[in-house]
Design a protein around this ligand. Structure first.
Ligand code: 5GP
Ligand code: MN
Length: 328
């Protein structure tokens, strides 16, 4: 029995399903969850989506997103729980999930296999690509609303069609989405051109404070306490800023230290292939993808932060990417 066959069987047997994903959900977590929910509802099932944190503001107006339940504990009975995009069962940040029959669907390398069915496919550019495969196996149609969410999942998780995880199937799904009536231009506008003024201001402030390390190959961004208030930005407005230094030719990795968000000091890492920042994150108990990973720092000591920067610099050295030359 393949994982997909086992999942189809779980769906056939059950009537009430719960779907969840990781805390601080992104476009792929929202898109994957809602696309699956709409398909299951189309099959006559009852579906609840529960997340610890709200969807990004830019996605709130997409179909069914307003019906996502926000909670940090779940107790009602369900026939099965679909956990999307989570390497382990701590990622959702929700209590009480371990009592359900869990279907684990993920595309991150290094999955803890916490489900009764564990399906992961690291070749998928987004978890949304896996959802399409499941819908096809279920014979569920790609309605316009479902296709919209799948397109958002792919658009956001590929970094706007830039990551190395993109494959022919990525574009095949986009082709099907366009055929289902998805308007790529209006989704791009919704996702990328609805920011607050605070976001623009905090982007400027963070880049102003950017430090270069490892001979100009590593950018370090620091969100200090107070910067959010100063600029009128929300915590969510910081998302995406981390990718900007990679626009520069010689910068191949970015480390961002975020104070005052969640508990503890959050560290986000980004890189250009082949620099492996997931290996660094794993050393600190985190994870992610080769080029996008994160973790919570063990403490805020300057020596700890310096060691993290050193570790990313060492990951760059491992790839043999040359130091930036003054005139390059
Ligand atoms: P971000 O920097 O946007 O928070 O996360 C980037 C990537 O790293 C995402 O794919 C996310 O799933 C993963 N990630 C971030 N923080 C953690 C963490 O604490 N643990 C694990 N396992 N993965 C993380
Ligand atoms: Mn994803």
């Amino acid at each position: 029995v393949t994982p997909i066959e086992a999942i189809v069987e779980e769906i056939a047997r059950g009537r009430r399903f719960l779907i969840t994903s990781h805390a601080r959900p992104d476009g792929d977590s929202i898109g994957s969850q809602v696309a699956l929910a709409l398909a299951l509802e189309g099959l006559g099932k009852q579906v609840t989506i529960v997340n610890r944190d709200p969807a990004p503001a830019s996605l709130l107006s997409l179909p069914r997103v307003e019906d996502i339940v926000l909670a940090d504990r779940v107790d009602e009975p369900f026939d099965a729980l679909f956990v999307m995009e989570c390497g382990d069962l701590a990622r959702p940040g929700i209590e009480g999930l371990d009592k359900y029959r869990i279907v684990n669907i993920d595309h991150h390398p290094g999955n803890a296999m916490y489900g009764v069915v564990n399906w992961f496919d690291t070749s998928a550019a987004a978890c949304g690509e896996m959802v399409v495969e499941l819908l096809d196996a279920l014979g569920a149609p790609l309605t316009r609303d479902i296709a919209t969410h799948l397109y958002v999942a792919i658009l956001t998780d590929t970094g706007s069609f830039r990551h190395s995880s993109i494959s022919p199937r990525t574009f095949e799904i986009c082709r099907r989405a366009a055929e289902a009536g998805v308007d790529a231009a209006s989704i791009a506008r919704q996702v990328y051109e609805t920011a607050s003024l605070g976001k623009l201001r905090i982007t400027g402030a963070l880049l102003q404070r950017m430090r270069l390390e490892a001979g100009g190959r590593l950018a370090v961004l620091t969100l200090d306490d107070g910067l959010l208030q100063e600029t009128g930005a929300s915590a969510e407005d910081i998302d995406g800023v981390i990718n900007l230094p990679l626009n520069v030719k010689d910068i191949v990795a970015v480390a961002m230290f975020k104070e005052a968000i969640d508990d503890g000091l959050r560290v986000s890492l980004r890189s250009k292939a082949p620099v492996d920042v997931r290996a660094v994150a794993q050393r600190y108990g985190g994870g992610g993808h080769t080029s996008a990973a994160g973790f919570t720092a063990p403490d805020r000591e300057p020596a700890t932060l310096a060691r993290i920067v050193q570790d990313v610099a060492a990951a760059i050295d491992l790839t043999g990417v040359d130091r930036a030359t003054p005139d390059s």
